[in-house]
Design a protein around this ligand. Structure first.
Ligand code: GLY
Length: 427
Protein backbone atom coordinates (compact mmCIF):
# COMPACT_ATOMS: atom_id res chain seq x y z
CA UNK A 1 0.00 0.00 0.00
CA UNK A 2 1.24 3.50 -0.87
CA UNK A 3 0.30 6.15 1.70
CA UNK A 4 0.40 9.91 1.19
CA UNK A 5 0.62 11.89 4.46
CA UNK A 6 -0.31 15.57 4.28
CA UNK A 7 1.36 17.92 6.76
CA UNK A 8 4.71 19.04 8.06
CA UNK A 9 4.76 18.78 11.86
CA UNK A 10 5.90 16.38 14.53
CA UNK A 11 2.45 14.78 14.40
CA UNK A 12 3.02 13.90 10.73
CA UNK A 13 6.54 12.71 11.57
CA UNK A 14 4.95 10.41 14.19
CA UNK A 15 2.41 9.19 11.62
CA UNK A 16 5.20 8.43 9.15
CA UNK A 17 7.19 6.61 11.87
CA UNK A 18 4.17 4.48 12.80
CA UNK A 19 3.26 3.78 9.16
CA UNK A 20 6.87 2.68 8.56
CA UNK A 21 6.35 -0.09 11.11
CA UNK A 22 3.33 -1.46 9.17
CA UNK A 23 4.49 -4.39 6.97
CA UNK A 24 1.54 -3.72 4.65
CA UNK A 25 2.83 -0.24 3.79
CA UNK A 26 5.39 -0.38 0.95
CA UNK A 27 5.77 3.35 0.32
CA UNK A 28 5.13 6.54 2.26
CA UNK A 29 5.25 10.00 0.79
CA UNK A 30 4.86 13.08 2.98
CA UNK A 31 3.87 16.47 1.61
CA UNK A 32 5.18 18.99 2.29
CA UNK A 33 7.03 17.20 5.14
CA UNK A 34 10.08 18.59 6.91
CA UNK A 35 13.82 17.77 7.14
CA UNK A 36 13.25 15.12 9.82
CA UNK A 37 10.50 13.38 7.86
CA UNK A 38 12.78 13.50 4.79
CA UNK A 39 15.15 11.19 6.68
CA UNK A 40 12.39 8.57 6.81
CA UNK A 41 10.47 8.77 3.52
CA UNK A 42 10.12 10.61 0.22
CA UNK A 43 8.77 14.14 0.52
CA UNK A 44 6.98 16.23 -2.08
CA UNK A 45 6.14 19.88 -2.06
CA UNK A 46 2.46 20.79 -2.04
CA UNK A 47 0.21 23.55 -0.78
CA UNK A 48 -1.55 21.44 1.84
CA UNK A 49 -4.70 23.57 1.92
CA UNK A 50 -5.18 23.49 -1.87
CA UNK A 51 -7.71 20.73 -2.67
CA UNK A 52 -6.82 20.58 -6.38
CA UNK A 53 -3.06 20.47 -5.73
CA UNK A 54 -3.31 17.69 -3.13
CA UNK A 55 -5.66 15.67 -5.36
CA UNK A 56 -3.29 16.07 -8.31
CA UNK A 57 -0.40 14.86 -6.16
CA UNK A 58 -2.37 11.82 -4.95
CA UNK A 59 -3.15 11.01 -8.58
CA UNK A 60 0.44 11.49 -9.67
CA UNK A 61 1.62 9.12 -6.93
CA UNK A 62 -1.19 6.58 -7.31
CA UNK A 63 -1.85 6.79 -3.56
CA UNK A 64 -3.86 3.95 -1.99
CA UNK A 65 -4.60 6.02 1.11
CA UNK A 66 -4.28 9.72 1.94
CA UNK A 67 -3.90 10.69 5.61
CA UNK A 68 -4.48 14.36 6.33
CA UNK A 69 -2.67 15.55 9.45
CA UNK A 70 -3.59 19.19 10.19
CA UNK A 71 -7.00 20.83 10.53
CA UNK A 72 -6.56 23.62 7.97
CA UNK A 73 -6.67 21.32 4.88
CA UNK A 74 -9.71 19.53 6.32
CA UNK A 75 -11.60 22.76 6.91
CA UNK A 76 -10.54 23.86 3.39
CA UNK A 77 -12.18 20.79 1.81
CA UNK A 78 -9.10 18.80 0.81
CA UNK A 79 -10.71 15.52 1.93
CA UNK A 80 -13.87 16.30 -0.08
CA UNK A 81 -11.82 16.77 -3.26
CA UNK A 82 -9.82 13.58 -2.71
CA UNK A 83 -12.96 11.53 -2.03
CA UNK A 84 -14.68 12.97 -5.08
CA UNK A 85 -11.67 11.80 -7.11
CA UNK A 86 -12.00 8.28 -5.67
CA UNK A 87 -9.13 8.19 -3.14
CA UNK A 88 -9.59 6.55 0.27
CA UNK A 89 -9.00 9.40 2.74
CA UNK A 90 -8.44 9.42 6.48
CA UNK A 91 -9.85 12.82 7.46
CA UNK A 92 -13.34 14.33 7.47
CA UNK A 93 -15.02 16.37 4.75
CA UNK A 94 -15.30 20.12 5.35
CA UNK A 95 -18.89 19.81 6.61
CA UNK A 96 -17.78 17.43 9.37
CA UNK A 97 -14.55 19.35 10.04
CA UNK A 98 -16.75 22.20 11.32
CA UNK A 99 -16.65 20.32 14.64
CA UNK A 100 -13.21 21.91 14.99
CA UNK A 101 -13.62 24.86 12.62
CA UNK A 102 -16.46 26.37 14.67
CA UNK A 103 -16.69 26.08 18.45
CA UNK A 104 -20.31 27.24 18.24
CA UNK A 105 -21.19 24.47 15.73
CA UNK A 106 -19.54 21.87 17.99
CA UNK A 107 -21.68 23.07 20.90
CA UNK A 108 -24.81 22.83 18.77
CA UNK A 109 -23.97 19.24 17.73
CA UNK A 110 -23.24 18.27 21.34
CA UNK A 111 -26.57 19.69 22.46
CA UNK A 112 -28.40 17.75 19.73
CA UNK A 113 -26.50 14.54 20.54
CA UNK A 114 -26.97 14.84 24.31
CA UNK A 115 -23.21 14.98 24.90
CA UNK A 116 -22.17 16.45 28.26
CA UNK A 117 -20.22 19.71 27.96
CA UNK A 118 -19.82 23.03 29.71
CA UNK A 119 -22.66 25.52 29.56
CA UNK A 120 -21.80 28.20 27.00
CA UNK A 121 -22.97 31.30 25.19
CA UNK A 122 -22.05 32.18 21.60
CA UNK A 123 -21.83 35.95 22.01
CA UNK A 124 -22.09 38.24 19.01
CA UNK A 125 -21.50 41.55 20.82
CA UNK A 126 -19.10 42.73 23.50
CA UNK A 127 -22.09 43.41 25.79
CA UNK A 128 -23.28 39.80 25.42
CA UNK A 129 -19.75 38.56 26.09
CA UNK A 130 -19.54 40.74 29.21
CA UNK A 131 -22.89 39.42 30.46
CA UNK A 132 -21.83 35.79 29.88
CA UNK A 133 -18.48 36.31 31.63
CA UNK A 134 -20.32 37.77 34.60
CA UNK A 135 -22.88 34.96 34.64
CA UNK A 136 -20.33 32.11 34.54
CA UNK A 137 -17.79 33.81 36.84
CA UNK A 138 -14.08 33.00 37.19
CA UNK A 139 -12.10 31.16 35.96
CA UNK A 140 -13.23 32.66 32.65
CA UNK A 141 -13.06 30.57 29.45
CA UNK A 142 -13.10 32.48 26.15
CA UNK A 143 -12.80 30.65 22.82
CA UNK A 144 -12.34 32.13 19.37
CA UNK A 145 -14.98 30.59 17.12
CA UNK A 146 -12.64 29.69 14.22
CA UNK A 147 -9.31 27.89 13.87
CA UNK A 148 -6.51 29.44 15.93
CA UNK A 149 -3.71 26.82 16.08
CA UNK A 150 -4.39 26.09 19.74
CA UNK A 151 -4.01 29.73 20.71
CA UNK A 152 -7.60 30.93 20.44
CA UNK A 153 -8.55 29.83 23.95
CA UNK A 154 -7.93 32.01 26.99
CA UNK A 155 -8.60 30.68 30.48
CA UNK A 156 -8.05 33.33 33.12
CA UNK A 157 -9.12 34.48 36.57
CA UNK A 158 -8.98 38.08 35.36
CA UNK A 159 -12.24 39.54 34.00
CA UNK A 160 -10.53 42.31 32.02
CA UNK A 161 -8.13 39.85 30.31
CA UNK A 162 -11.09 37.65 29.39
CA UNK A 163 -13.09 40.57 28.06
CA UNK A 164 -10.11 41.86 26.05
CA UNK A 165 -9.73 38.43 24.37
CA UNK A 166 -13.48 38.26 23.68
CA UNK A 167 -13.30 41.74 22.12
CA UNK A 168 -10.31 40.67 19.95
CA UNK A 169 -12.18 37.55 18.83
CA UNK A 170 -15.22 39.63 17.89
CA UNK A 171 -13.05 41.92 15.77
CA UNK A 172 -11.92 38.84 13.77
CA UNK A 173 -15.19 36.89 13.59
CA UNK A 174 -18.90 37.40 14.20
CA UNK A 175 -19.07 35.38 17.44
CA UNK A 176 -17.04 34.28 20.41
CA UNK A 177 -17.82 31.36 22.72
CA UNK A 178 -17.86 32.05 26.48
CA UNK A 179 -17.98 28.90 28.60
CA UNK A 180 -18.36 27.78 32.15
CA UNK A 181 -15.05 26.44 33.50
CA UNK A 182 -14.75 22.64 33.80
CA UNK A 183 -12.80 21.66 36.92
CA UNK A 184 -11.05 18.28 36.81
CA UNK A 185 -8.14 16.49 35.17
CA UNK A 186 -8.12 16.62 31.38
CA UNK A 187 -7.95 13.66 29.00
CA UNK A 188 -7.34 13.60 25.26
CA UNK A 189 -9.00 10.63 23.61
CA UNK A 190 -8.54 10.05 19.89
CA UNK A 191 -11.34 8.08 18.29
CA UNK A 192 -11.09 6.51 14.83
CA UNK A 193 -14.35 6.97 12.94
CA UNK A 194 -15.61 5.63 9.61
CA UNK A 195 -18.88 7.54 9.40
CA UNK A 196 -20.70 4.91 11.48
CA UNK A 197 -18.36 3.13 13.90
CA UNK A 198 -16.13 4.72 16.59
CA UNK A 199 -12.97 2.95 17.84
CA UNK A 200 -10.93 4.65 20.58
CA UNK A 201 -7.15 4.82 20.74
CA UNK A 202 -5.33 4.90 24.09
CA UNK A 203 -6.01 7.98 26.23
CA UNK A 204 -3.32 10.61 26.73
CA UNK A 205 -2.87 13.90 28.52
CA UNK A 206 -1.28 17.01 27.10
CA UNK A 207 0.07 20.24 28.60
CA UNK A 208 -1.30 23.32 26.90
CA UNK A 209 0.36 26.14 28.85
CA UNK A 210 3.90 27.28 28.11
CA UNK A 211 5.06 27.32 31.73
CA UNK A 212 5.62 24.77 34.48
CA UNK A 213 2.67 24.30 36.80
CA UNK A 214 0.29 25.17 33.92
CA UNK A 215 1.21 28.86 33.93
CA UNK A 216 1.49 31.41 31.12
CA UNK A 217 -0.26 31.54 27.77
CA UNK A 218 -1.78 28.60 25.90
CA UNK A 219 0.27 26.90 23.21
CA UNK A 220 -0.37 24.15 20.68
CA UNK A 221 0.84 21.71 23.39
CA UNK A 222 4.16 21.41 25.25
CA UNK A 223 4.20 17.72 26.15
CA UNK A 224 2.13 14.58 26.56
CA UNK A 225 2.11 11.11 28.01
CA UNK A 226 0.21 7.85 27.74
CA UNK A 227 -1.19 5.78 29.43
CA UNK A 228 -2.91 7.65 32.26
CA UNK A 229 -2.30 5.71 35.49
CA UNK A 230 -4.80 7.85 37.40
CA UNK A 231 -7.76 7.51 35.01
CA UNK A 232 -10.58 4.97 35.40
CA UNK A 233 -9.71 1.76 33.52
CA UNK A 234 -12.79 2.09 31.31
CA UNK A 235 -12.36 5.80 30.52
CA UNK A 236 -11.91 5.21 26.77
CA UNK A 237 -14.99 2.99 26.60
CA UNK A 238 -17.06 5.53 28.59
CA UNK A 239 -15.98 8.44 26.39
CA UNK A 240 -16.75 6.46 23.25
CA UNK A 241 -20.22 5.56 24.53
CA UNK A 242 -21.14 8.96 25.97
CA UNK A 243 -19.38 11.28 23.54
CA UNK A 244 -17.82 9.92 20.35
CA UNK A 245 -20.52 7.50 19.18
CA UNK A 246 -23.38 9.98 19.78
CA UNK A 247 -21.47 12.62 17.79
CA UNK A 248 -20.75 10.17 14.95
CA UNK A 249 -24.47 9.25 14.91
CA UNK A 250 -25.54 12.91 14.97
CA UNK A 251 -23.18 13.84 12.12
CA UNK A 252 -24.48 10.90 10.05
CA UNK A 253 -28.06 12.01 10.78
CA UNK A 254 -27.16 15.49 9.47
CA UNK A 255 -25.78 14.02 6.25
CA UNK A 256 -22.21 14.98 7.17
CA UNK A 257 -20.70 11.61 8.17
CA UNK A 258 -17.48 11.85 10.16
CA UNK A 259 -14.63 9.78 8.72
CA UNK A 260 -11.26 10.34 10.30
CA UNK A 261 -10.08 11.09 13.80
CA UNK A 262 -12.37 12.68 16.34
CA UNK A 263 -10.20 14.20 19.04
CA UNK A 264 -12.23 14.38 22.21
CA UNK A 265 -10.73 16.80 24.73
CA UNK A 266 -12.48 16.20 28.04
CA UNK A 267 -12.43 17.02 31.70
CA UNK A 268 -13.28 14.44 34.35
CA UNK A 269 -15.44 16.63 36.58
CA UNK A 270 -17.52 15.91 39.64
CA UNK A 271 -20.52 15.72 37.28
CA UNK A 272 -18.77 13.08 35.15
CA UNK A 273 -17.10 13.27 31.75
CA UNK A 274 -17.58 16.63 30.03
CA UNK A 275 -16.28 17.78 26.66
CA UNK A 276 -13.85 20.71 26.61
CA UNK A 277 -13.33 20.68 22.84
CA UNK A 278 -13.35 18.60 19.69
CA UNK A 279 -10.67 18.54 17.05
CA UNK A 280 -11.03 16.67 13.79
CA UNK A 281 -7.49 15.32 13.46
CA UNK A 282 -4.74 13.68 15.48
CA UNK A 283 -3.64 15.93 18.35
CA UNK A 284 -0.14 17.27 18.58
CA UNK A 285 1.83 16.33 20.74
CA UNK A 286 -0.37 13.50 22.14
CA UNK A 287 -0.13 11.56 18.85
CA UNK A 288 3.60 11.22 19.32
CA UNK A 289 3.10 9.18 22.51
CA UNK A 290 -0.13 7.42 21.51
CA UNK A 291 1.29 6.07 18.25
CA UNK A 292 4.55 5.22 20.03
CA UNK A 293 2.49 2.65 21.99
CA UNK A 294 0.34 1.32 19.12
CA UNK A 295 1.33 -2.18 18.05
CA UNK A 296 -1.47 -2.81 15.56
CA UNK A 297 -0.34 -1.85 12.03
CA UNK A 298 -1.46 1.75 11.51
CA UNK A 299 -1.83 1.82 7.71
CA UNK A 300 -4.38 -0.94 7.44
CA UNK A 301 -6.31 0.50 10.42
CA UNK A 302 -6.57 3.97 8.88
CA UNK A 303 -7.51 2.39 5.52
CA UNK A 304 -10.30 0.46 7.24
CA UNK A 305 -11.61 3.76 8.65
CA UNK A 306 -11.34 5.44 5.25
CA UNK A 307 -13.29 2.57 3.64
CA UNK A 308 -16.03 2.29 6.27
CA UNK A 309 -14.77 -1.07 7.63
CA UNK A 310 -13.90 -0.28 11.25
CA UNK A 311 -16.55 -2.70 12.54
CA UNK A 312 -14.49 -5.53 10.98
CA UNK A 313 -11.09 -4.83 12.56
CA UNK A 314 -9.57 -6.79 15.44
CA UNK A 315 -9.18 -5.00 18.78
CA UNK A 316 -6.21 -2.64 18.76
CA UNK A 317 -3.07 -3.88 20.54
CA UNK A 318 -1.09 -1.54 22.80
CA UNK A 319 2.40 -1.76 24.24
CA UNK A 320 2.49 -2.08 28.03
CA UNK A 321 5.23 0.54 27.99
CA UNK A 322 4.64 4.16 28.85
CA UNK A 323 5.54 6.98 26.51
CA UNK A 324 6.40 10.60 27.31
CA UNK A 325 6.72 13.40 24.75
CA UNK A 326 8.52 16.68 25.41
CA UNK A 327 8.09 19.57 23.04
CA UNK A 328 11.17 21.73 22.57
CA UNK A 329 10.17 25.22 21.47
CA UNK A 330 12.01 28.18 19.97
CA UNK A 331 12.83 31.41 21.76
CA UNK A 332 9.76 33.62 21.92
CA UNK A 333 7.14 30.87 21.52
CA UNK A 334 4.11 31.15 21.77
CA UNK A 335 4.66 34.78 20.75
CA UNK A 336 6.92 35.89 17.91
CA UNK A 337 9.58 33.23 17.51
CA UNK A 338 13.21 33.59 16.57
CA UNK A 339 14.18 31.42 13.60
CA UNK A 340 17.43 30.21 12.08
CA UNK A 341 19.18 29.04 15.27
CA UNK A 342 21.40 25.97 14.55
CA UNK A 343 20.30 22.86 16.48
CA UNK A 344 22.93 20.60 18.03
CA UNK A 345 22.73 17.13 19.57
CA UNK A 346 19.99 15.66 17.36
CA UNK A 347 21.93 12.50 16.48
CA UNK A 348 23.12 11.94 20.05
CA UNK A 349 19.56 12.15 21.38
CA UNK A 350 18.10 9.93 18.66
CA UNK A 351 20.80 7.31 19.31
CA UNK A 352 19.47 6.61 22.82
CA UNK A 353 17.47 3.34 22.75
CA UNK A 354 13.75 4.02 23.16
CA UNK A 355 13.98 7.62 21.91
CA UNK A 356 12.46 9.17 18.81
CA UNK A 357 13.29 12.74 17.84
CA UNK A 358 10.48 14.10 15.69
CA UNK A 359 10.75 17.32 13.73
CA UNK A 360 8.21 20.13 13.49
CA UNK A 361 9.60 23.68 13.08
CA UNK A 362 12.94 22.82 11.52
CA UNK A 363 14.57 23.72 8.22
CA UNK A 364 17.87 23.19 6.45
CA UNK A 365 20.33 26.08 6.93
CA UNK A 366 22.69 27.45 4.29
CA UNK A 367 25.25 24.69 4.78
CA UNK A 368 22.75 21.87 5.22
CA UNK A 369 22.62 22.06 9.02
CA UNK A 370 19.27 21.78 10.80
CA UNK A 371 18.03 25.12 12.14
CA UNK A 372 14.93 26.30 13.98
CA UNK A 373 12.11 27.43 11.71
CA UNK A 374 8.95 27.58 13.84
CA UNK A 375 7.52 27.76 17.34
CA UNK A 376 7.38 24.13 18.33
CA UNK A 377 10.66 22.85 16.92
CA UNK A 378 10.97 19.21 17.97
CA UNK A 379 9.17 16.49 19.90
CA UNK A 380 11.36 14.16 21.93
CA UNK A 381 9.46 10.91 22.50
CA UNK A 382 10.70 8.27 24.94
CA UNK A 383 9.27 4.96 26.05
CA UNK A 384 10.00 3.02 29.23
CA UNK A 385 8.69 0.26 31.44
CA UNK A 386 7.16 2.87 33.74
CA UNK A 387 6.03 6.43 33.27
CA UNK A 388 8.93 7.55 35.47
CA UNK A 389 11.45 5.66 33.30
CA UNK A 390 9.97 7.10 30.10
CA UNK A 391 10.06 10.58 31.60
CA UNK A 392 13.66 10.29 32.75
CA UNK A 393 14.73 9.10 29.32
CA UNK A 394 12.82 11.87 27.56
CA UNK A 395 14.50 14.54 29.70
CA UNK A 396 17.95 12.93 29.26
CA UNK A 397 17.48 12.95 25.49
CA UNK A 398 16.10 16.50 25.46
CA UNK A 399 19.12 17.72 27.46
CA UNK A 400 21.42 16.56 24.64
CA UNK A 401 19.68 18.84 22.15
CA UNK A 402 20.36 22.56 22.20
CA UNK A 403 20.04 25.89 20.43
CA UNK A 404 20.01 29.47 21.71
CA UNK A 405 16.76 30.19 23.53
CA UNK A 406 15.49 26.57 23.56
CA UNK A 407 12.45 26.26 25.85
CA UNK A 408 10.76 23.25 27.36
CA UNK A 409 8.60 22.54 30.36
CA UNK A 410 10.33 20.65 33.16
CA UNK A 411 7.21 19.08 34.71
CA UNK A 412 5.73 16.94 31.93
CA UNK A 413 4.08 13.80 33.47
CA UNK A 414 5.50 14.59 36.92
CA UNK A 415 2.14 15.05 38.70
CA UNK A 416 0.93 11.68 37.35
CA UNK A 417 4.13 9.98 38.54
CA UNK A 418 3.79 11.60 41.98
CA UNK A 419 0.15 10.50 42.29
CA UNK A 420 -0.97 14.13 42.46
CA UNK A 421 -3.83 13.80 39.95
CA UNK A 422 -7.16 12.93 41.50
CA UNK A 423 -10.38 12.19 39.68
CA UNK A 424 -13.36 13.81 41.45
CA UNK A 425 -15.97 11.45 42.89
CA UNK A 426 -18.73 11.19 40.30
CA UNK A 427 -16.43 11.20 37.28
N1 GLY B 1 -2.69 19.05 21.77
C1 GLY B 1 -3.74 19.90 21.40
C2 GLY B 1 -4.10 19.85 19.98
O1 GLY B 1 -3.62 19.06 19.21
O2 GLY B 1 -4.94 20.64 19.57
Amino acid sequence: MKVLVIGSGAREHALVAALSRDPGVDAIIAAPGNPGIAGMCEIRNVEATDPAAVTALAGDLGADLVVIGPEAPLVAGVADALRAAGFPVFGPDAAAARLEGSKAFAKEVMAAAGVPTAASVAATTVDQAKAALTEFGAPHVVKADGLAAGKGVVVTEDFETALAHATDCLSASDRVVIEDYLAGPEVSLFVLCDGTTAVPLAPAQDFKRIGDGDTGPNTGGMGAYSPLPWAPADVAEQITRLVAQPVVDEMARRGAPFTGLLYCGLALTKKGIEVVEFNVRFGDPETQSVLDRLQTPLGRTLLAAAQGRLAEIDPLVWSEQASVTLVLAAAGYPGTVRKGDPITGLDEAAALPGVLVLHAGTALGATGEIVTAGGRVLSVVASGDTLAAARDLAYRAAALIDWPGKQNRTDIAQAAIDGRITVPAGA
